[in-house]
Design a protein around this ligand. Structure first.
Ligand SMILES: [Zn+2]
Length: 128
């Protein structure tokens, strides 16, 4: 069973390492993973920067229908990074720590689902 990333170029060189963000060399804004073109100045001259694993919960919801890979009920939301952008993610509950806007969240790099013989590796967030 091989580990494959959810998307090519999502992670730094190690699949269990950090997500790869970008810094625009033209206008110096930080940009989220998988960015090809700067959303502020449209430059394609981007420098890869490994991201940290902490952010704050910006918004969340509970899904009551199954998705292709997750059994309902499951939570999803946006986590805001210190760099200023937000990432959409599945959220993992911790008993006794209900989701609250603004709470500190930490990223887990882990298997999300199986794809044939492979394990698809992605990220989730849970309360700190
Ligand atoms: Zn830019």
């Amino acid at each position: 069973m091989a580990k494959v990333p959810l998307r090519e170029n999502l992670f730094t060189e190690r699949i269990d390492g950090n997500l790869m963000g970008y810094k625009c060399k033209s206008c110096h804004h930080m940009l989220p993973p998988l960015t090809i073109t700067c959303q502020y100045c449209f430059s394609n001259d981007l420098e890869p920067i490994p991201l940290g694993k902490r952010g704050k919960l910006f918004a969340f919801t509970t899904n009551f229908l199954n998705s292709a890979h997750f059994q309902a009920p499951f939570s999803t939301g946006y986590v805001e990074f210190p760099e200023g952008f937000k990432l959409f993610s599945v959220l993992e509950k911790i008993e006794g720590k209900p989701f609250e806007i603004g709470m500190e969240m930490e990223m887990l790099i882990q298997k999300l689902w199986d794809k044939g013989e492979d394990e698809v590796i992605g990220y989730k967030f849970r309360p700190v």
